[in-house]
Design a protein around this ligand. Structure first.
Ligand SMILES: [Zn+2]
Length: 116
């Protein structure tokens, strides 16, 4: 499953950062997952809890922000929200729509519990 490999990379990245900072545990992870990132957030949460078992991130709260995807029309320049890659411009009906946001996926921040 795609979400599982993503969850494992999140846990790896977060734990590496946490270890470098001498953390006892990770308390919160904030992710940004665009609507067109190709990830099922519910599935990602599920995979995360199993990927994080036994790691510093085991008890971390996973906060996920899901920004709306936006497209830009190549003909009239309008910008509008889209829910698919193949979008039609609502203003001029052009199909020359470029996706300008919504594919992003990143770890925005992590909050750690520091050691003594
Ligand atoms: Zn247009």
């Amino acid at each position: 499953m795609h979400e599982m490999s993503v969850a494992i990379s999140i846990v790896d990245a977060v734990c590496e950062t946490a270890r470098k900072d001498g953390a006892l545990s990770v308390s919160r992870i904030e992710l940004v997952v665009g609507r067109l990132a190709g990830l099922q957030v519910e599935s990602l949460r599920f995979c995360f809890s199993s990927a994080a078992k036994g790691t510093l991130a085991e008890d971390a709260v996973l906060a996920v922000e899901e920004p709306e995807a936006r497209g830009e029309c190549g003909d009239c320049g309008s910008r509008f929200p889209v829910s698919f890659f193949y979008a039609e411009c609502p203003v001029c009906r052009s199909l020359k729509v470029r996706i300008v946001s919504g594919e992003e996926f990143m770890i925005q921040s992590i909050i750690i519990e520091e050691g003594e």
